[in-house]
Structures are given as C-alpha cells and as structure tokens.
Design a binder for this molecule. Structure first.
Ligand SMILES: NC(=O)c1ccc[n+]([C@@H]2O[C@H](COP(=O)([O-])OP(=O)(O)OC[C@H]3O[C@@H](n4cnc5c(N)ncnc54)[C@H](O)[C@@H]3O)[C@@H](O)[C@H]2O)c1
Ligand SMILES: N[C@@H](CCC=O)C(=O)O
Length: 569
C-alpha cells in the first residue's frame, strides 16, 4: 500500500513507529540546500524550450486522457465521467475524469487515517527530499507537459503558463522545506536553570481538505502540499475546469516519492465533497482558495457541525478581490498604462489579484484614456498555443455569461460608458474582449463586485480630491486583496499607504497589483478576501501544526513547602 513503508518493512518492524524511532536516532539535523525562485524561460523563436513546448502541445492535442480518483495509490474509475474542455475551443476535450461519490470520499478519509500513521513519523529530511525532488521534476522533465496542460486546459498563453505551471508551482514546492523548517525553529526563548523547554510542532489530528480553484495550477498543488510537508494528510478536490493540470502535478509528487495516501486525489462536485468531507469528525482543517461565496458556505457548514469534530478545524481560505490601481496626479503615465493593461487583462482578468477598478485624476485622464485606448486596441486574442496572443478565452460558459451580464448591465445603465471592448462571442470558445468602462458612479455595481473577467472600470476623480477619493476607494468594495498606488510624490505614496491600509493585503507602489512571487511577496488579503494566512509564507505553514509545549526538569523537588514557611514574620 505504501511505497516508502515498503522500503522500511525490510527491518521487520511490526509497528512503523519502531522503525522511525531508530531512523530519527541515526540522523541528527542537516542543513537544507539554499533555494531561490525558479528562473522564467522566455520561449524566444528557435530556442529549445519553445521547441519542447510545441512538441508537448502537439502531442497533448491528440490525446484525451481518462483521469481517475486516486486513493492510497489505487486508481479508481468510478464511471461518473465528466469532461474538461479547452476554453478557447469548447468542442475539444482535453481530458475526461471520474468523479468521486460520498462512499469513495469516506473511504479516502479512512485511507488517509492509515497513511497518516506512517507519514507523520517520517523524518523531516525525507519529507523535504520528496518536495525538493518534485520541484526539480516540475522544473525540468515535466515543464513542457505541465505548461501545455494549463495552456490548452485553462486557456493560458505561453507567458501565463510559464508564470503559473513552471515558476510559481516549482517555487511553492522548492520553498516548502525551508518554510517548514522555520516553523520547527520556533522554540521557547527562555529556560530556567535546570530546565529545558521546547515545542513540538505536531501535525493536526485528522485530515486536511484541500479545495482548489481553476485559475492557478500552482495554487492547486500548494493547497494539499503545504499541510503535507508538515506531516499532515490531505484530500485534494480540484476544480472541474482544471483537472488535467492538477493531475499532472499530483503525478509529479508521486513520482518524487510521495507515499500513497498522503494526498488522495478526488475530483467531484463541490457540494458532494463539502457535504461529506467537511462534516466528517476527523476534519482537521480546510485549505481553500476560491470565491468568497463558496468560502462562506464552507465556514457555515463547519460552524453548523462544530460539535462533531475531534478538534476545531483550521479554516484557511483565500478568496475574491476587487483590486484597484489608484493614480495620483504625479504619476508616470506610461507606467500606469502598461501596468494597468497587464494587471487587468493578463489571463483574461481571471487572477484573484487582477485589477478591476482604476482611479484616475481629472488632469491626467485625457492622456491616460488616449493611451489606454490605443494600447488596448492592439491586444491580440486567440488560441493559447499561438505564441503571439496576449489573451485567450475565459474559463467556461458560466464565467462567460457572468462577464457578459456585467457588460450588458453597463450598456443599459446611464452610469457607465463602454470606451472599448464589450464584445462577447461563445461560438468557438468563451471569448470576451478586453473591456474598458468609464463610470460616473464610484460606488456602483461595477466598482464593488468581483467580475473575474477582462472588464476594467475607471472612475475619474477631481484632481484636488485625492484624500477623499482614497477613502472612497478603501470603503467601496467588501474585499481587501490587492491594490496599487502610482505616484512620484512621496507624500502622496505615504497618504495612500495610510488611507488604503486595510484595503489590500498585497499593496504595490508604482507596480501592477498582480504577480506576487513565492518567497518575495507573501500573498493574501483580509476583509472578504480571506483569512489572510499568506500563501507561500511561514505564517501559512504554521496553520498546519498543533504545537505541544514540553518542559523537562533535571533536578527534582526536595520538599513541597515554600522556602522559609516555618519562620513567623
Ligand atoms: N485570494 C486568492 O489567493 C485567490 C487565488 C485564486 C483564486 N481566487 C478566487 O477564486 C475564484 C475563482 O476560482 P473558482 O471559480 O474555481 O472558485 P469557486 O469558488 O467556484 O471554486 C473553488 C473550489 O471550490 C469548490 N466548491 C464549490 N462549491 C463547494 C462547496 N459547496 N463545498 C466545497 N467546495 C466547493 C469548487 O468545485 C472548486 O474546487 C475567484 O473568486 C478568485 O478571486 C482567490
Ligand atoms: N500570485 C498570483 C496569485 C493570483 C491569484 O489568482 C498573483 O499575485 O497574481
């Protein structure tokens, strides 16, 4: 059942713990290799990485793999088959996958329980080696295949695929041991004479439910992996529109030596997974990334069932955003325009961090408007495997309908004027053109709600109402994920940092509000954007342990009485 434990069984140990105790005693602490962010490839014409990716794309276009549920290393083809299609060509299936039902989810929980007995005793060095190896496999052997899967399967152009499926996914795995080690290094700072105080950072009791969104393959693999490196077991429920890429990353972890059952892979409907896994007494935590609405459901479900659980489940959720670029009258116009196009329209606006509100002072608007219109008109949309496209299609029909409904609303309302874009066509793929809308109502629907599509709304504020408009920006939407200030004036930058303090968990100065890098900009927001446990940072790893404090004393008590008790004062 267990590849790693198979190795250990040669010791003829009847209980895995007996073996591991002796393994730990053999070891001592090793230094981890120093790590840095994965270098991005540029896919220039004629270079080897471009040729390798093209080959992987061609091969993948002729395939439609059948993806099973995987529990304890066993592949289970349930017969409840769903299809993942190319967003930009919905007649083309990239894979089919078999969905888990309630019984299978329950048996995955039982399997996790067994796997945990061995995994939580596995030395940190071994857990780290698996993650470091997975990072190398992803960066080298599997890079073209994984990039091809997210390009075709989730509609990313080559640059966006490289950012997600190569750099960010590799970084999550490669930095994991270093971050975990920082958690283990958290120890008491004082020891009384003759005493040793220490903290053991235990994995949680039970299993972690990892529920991932469609938009980042890297987030998918990170959600079960972060708890796993801390010695936990996880059930991974991927989004139905990104199963192919997620399954490849799961296979990479297995090839790197992740023991069977540490992560069980369970494509299924959110409702089925929620009702079964999230109400189970052994639920130790939920590691979620997705929409605010779904996270509310999860939170409510857990609180309704709170008396059932062995422990209070950790709820870690990174959710939606209504991210902004705020321009001060001292800003560099060209920098504003280029960053805003990237921030709003890269990956069709489907990053949780995507810019979807723009505040521009009246004195700069004529120039910024003219440049934005000129540049947006040059954006090329098309199929993701043609290397010159900037945008492709949004993920599915639901997302397309949602984006279209906001554009239609803007068309019909006197508060809005569509300056460019607004074209929607779902005949071949779910295409929504890059859309810039001007509003006279800074508190309207398009300034408040997450759209998750290439729709950017701009409000032009009187240039002498900078501070008032910062306050307005801070309180317009319920979210608090990302935001950026563009200004050369340092007092204006400082003012924005103060006024927008709670409006963004990731705040940028003269840079776009997307593109946080693991190890460089820990990611996450508060308010209705999530629990702000900062993906890719030590803070997040700390959520997946339950610390035990140990005090050991080396000299016993010689008497129970306090000093001088016999003497009257
Ligand atoms: N803050 C962040 O770090 C971050 C990062 C990426 C995406 N997001 C957000 O994710 C959303 C887009 O992704 P999505 O469309 O896949 O999100 P989603 O909320 O629709 O789905 C996320 C996951 O939840 C599952 N799910 C749905 N209903 C469920 C239920 N009742 N119980 C349990 N699980 C359920 C889905 O199947 C999927 O796996 C956007 O709102 C975006 O802002 C946030
Ligand atoms: N690291 C990414 C996360 C996007 C979420 O969907 C960014 O910062 O843009």
């Amino acid at each position: 059942m267990h590849r790693l434990s198979g190795l250990f069984r040669s010791t003829r140990s009847t209980h895995p713990g007996q073996y591991f105790c002796s393994t730990v005693a053999m070891g001592g602490l090793s230094n981890l290799p120093s790590v840095s962010g994965e270098h991005m490839l540029n896919y220039a014409p004629g270079c080897p990485e471009r040729a390798a990716l093209k080959k992987a794309l061609s091969k993948m276009k002729t395939e439609c793999p059948e993806i099973p549920c995987v529990i304890g290393g066993r592949e289970i083809f349930t017969g409840a088959v769903k299809t993942q299609v190319m967003p930009s060509r919905h007649s083309h299936a990239v894979c089919t996958f078999h969905e888990a039902n309630e019984d299978l989810i329950r048996s995955a929980i039982e399997n996790s329980r067994q796997a945990k007995k061995v995994w939580e005793l596995t030395p940190f060095e071994d857990r780290s080696a698996i993650f470091l190896k997975a990072a190398e496999l992803m960066a080298l052997k599997f890079r073209p295949r994984l990039c091809a899967a997210v390009m075709l399967g989730t509609g990313k152009n080559v640059w966006q695929a490289e950012i997600d499926a190569a750099a960010e996914a590799v970084d999550f795995l490669r930095f994991a041991p270093t971050m975990a080690q920082e958690v283990y290094a958290l120890q008491p700072v004082a020891h009384s004479k003759g005493v040793w105080n220490r903290q053991v950072h235990r994995p949680l009791e039970g299993f972690v439910a990892a529920i991932s969104p469609f938009n980042f393959c890297a987030i998918g693999v990170n959600l079960p992996s972060t708890p796993a490196i801390m010695g936990n077991v996880a059930l991974w429920k991927p989004a139905s529109t990104s199963v192919l890429g997620n399954y490849i990353t799961f296979q990479i972890l297995r090839e790197a030596g992740l023991p069977d059952g540490v992560i069980n892979f369970l494509p299924c409907s959110g409702q089925t997974f929620g009702d079964t896994a999230l109400t189970h007494p052994d639920l130790a935590g939920v590691h979620f990334t997705g929409s605010t609405g779904v996270f509310h459901k999860i939170w409510n479900l857990v609180s309704e069932n709170i008396s059932r659980y062995v422990s209070y489940p950790r709820l870690v959720g990174e959710t939606g955003g209504k991210n902004f670029h705020f321009v001060h009258s001292s800003a560099d116009v060209s920098n504003v325009v280029h960053n805003t196009i990237r921030g709003a329209f890269e990956y069709q606006g489907q990053k949780c961090s995507a810019c979807s509100r723009l505040y521009v002072p009246s004195n700069l608007w004529p120039e910024i408007k003219q440049k934005l219109l000129q540049e947006i008109s040059q954006i090329k949309m098309g199929q993701p495997d043609t290397f010159d496209v900037f945008m492709t299609a949004v993920i599915d029909q639901k997302s397309y309908n949602n984006a279209k409904s906001y554009i239609d609303y803007a068309r019909e309302s006197d508060d809005y004027e569509i300056l460019i874009g607004g074209d929607c066509d779902d005949s071949e793929g779910y295409f929504v053109s890059p859309t810039l809308i001007e509003t006279t109502n800074p508190s309207g629907k398009l300034m408040r709600e997450e759209i998750f599509a290439p729709v950017l709304t701009v409000f032009v504020y009187p240039e002498d109402e900078y501070i008032e408009t910062l306050e307005l920006c801070s309180h317009t939407s319920p979210f608090g994920l990302t935001g950026a200030i563009f200004a050369k004036d340092r007092y204006a930058v400082r003012q924005a940092m103060l006024s927008l303090k709670n409006a963004a968990g990731n705040f940028y100065i003269n840079d776009k509000c997307t593109g946080a890098v693991v190890g460089e900009q820990p990611f996450g927001g508060a308010r209705k954007s999530g629990t702000n446990d900062k993906a890719g940072s030590v803070a997040n790893y700390y959520r997946w342990v339950s610390s035990q404090t140990i005090k050991e004393t080396y000299s016993g008590l010689e008497d129970w009485k306090y000093p001088h008790m016999e003497q009257e004062i």
